[in-house]
Design a protein around this ligand. Sequence first.
Ligand code: C2E
Ligand code: CA
Ligand code: CA
Length: 550
Amino acid sequence: MDAVSSAYILEHFSEAIEKGFVQAYYQPIYRTVTEKVCCLETLARWIDPDYGMLSPAEFIPVLERNGMILELDMEMLRQTCVFYKELFSRGIPIQAFSVNLSRHDLGHEDLFERVLKTLDTYDVPHEAIKLEITESLMFDDIQVFKKIISQFSDAGFSIWIDDFGSGYSSLNVLQNYSFDVMKFDMLFLQNFSSKSRKMLTSLINMAKSLGIHTLAEGVETKEQRDFLLDAGCEALQGYYYSRPVSREKLTSIAETQTESAEDRDYWNEIGHVNFLSPTPLDEFSFREEGDRRAEMGDRAPLALLEFSQNKAFYRFVNDSFFHNMQILGYADISDLEMAFNDRKRDSYLALKKMATDAISTNQIQEVDYVNQGVYYKVRAKCVARKADRAMLAVQLQTFESEREVKTAMEMLNYGNALFATYELVVQIFPERDRSTRIFTAQNLPVYDQAGSMLKSVQKFCQAQVDPADWERYQRFMDFTDMQERIRNSPKRFIQGYFRMKWGNGSWYTARVAEIPAFAEKMYLLTIQSIQGDGMQWLDTIAAEHPEMLI
Ligand code: C2E
Ligand code: CA
Ligand code: CA
């Protein structure tokens, strides 16, 4: 059959609504860790007696152009409310539905009243309806948008940002509005390259540091699901789990797979743990203090350990945690659970005390232990608690040598083999106002002889740093408050991103850490190149948010 014409759509739309040809389909959204349904997205389908199933791509643009989209969206909202009530009365506690709003809807003065009235009519709580707004549409009139969005959020609605990352101004959107959920554009997964994986990783990292929940749509394969689980993306939607389906089909999915209300609150809290951070526990604590900082770096060994009825269960373990566990001689996860559950294990008391303290104090708790000759450190932070259970985020660090400090010292002695991954390594002795270069990959001249640290930094800066980054670099290397900045940083080093002249515009990461092993105070400055794909991301951030680069 021929493609349906615009004229046909315009002529038959009202009739199609009246006769129920336009139906809400629902696609379940799954909590990544538990694989339970936590929400349903409402998507419009037009099942035409002549043309069969019409996709939104065919009729939505026509309705938008002709000022009729609000009627569709209000009808979808109405059907959603009816379905919500129906599931509710059957004892299926679907927590929430997300419905799509068009940009054109936001221009309607009575949108807010109509939404409220519909929910009122069917007695649906505002928290049950999430409003999806597409990122790329948010730039027409910021003031109007801000007003409508705050009107809705003040009334208890959550706003989700749809197709995040598709537009050119994604970061501006974050600055201008506040959102509850960031829904990543499907293109990241459709082109599942190493580049898009890196971008998703950064976006998840950034969302978490801003306290925004994360959702990926368009998940089609197990590989994608595993990647998103490890990256800490909280919720998933896509053909891997289910296509959008009619309400009859959806009812049977919902009957068996719906998450309970208690689970929702519990996992929403846990969702804020940043799986990608090198210091997820500390960052979670900072989040609680209201400190939201963007950080980048390697993944820490992280697990989610649940205590329920006095027993411990691992609910999530990342690769790095698993690896460290094997170094310690544990065969598998259940073996490790025994360390918390089996009174006969010699580590039992120490670990149990740590867990109990973490749960009762809400502070990060640490235990140092030796097992099979390997020194290790376990850190735990309680991230959610409900009636008879609690979730701890746990880090497991292993050290082959007994003292962490010793490792840092040895690192210095390994020499060039290790430093080869750096462009530049410099020891700085602030008390003597001197520095010594240990390694350079770029045959850079020595700036150590300049008389004072301030002068060598200035000389290095002028000779090697891209002028666009001079100011930031000098601020970064400011010794007057360096120690304070290092100690205040949850990672115990400060880090910034800069362009160096020798790299022709490419990005480098500079870090300064304090090395505690020395009799005299010593900082270690390292400058390392950033591989391939991180760069474009940094270019965007540099243009739009240079303050995020230190
Ligand atoms: P969207 O809001 O981004 O919705 C997601 C689209 O991706 C849906 O297409 C869904 O069927 C599809 N999808 C879901 N999982 C997968 C997957 O794993 N792989 C692939 N390739 N696709 C997947 P659909 O239903 O055709 O809707 C297209 C767009 O039309 C929606 O994009 C939304 O922008 C718009 N739309 C749909 N219903 C409504 C509505 O009631 N109101 C408004 N204003 N827009 C709507
Ligand atoms: Ca959507
Ligand atoms: Ca989308």
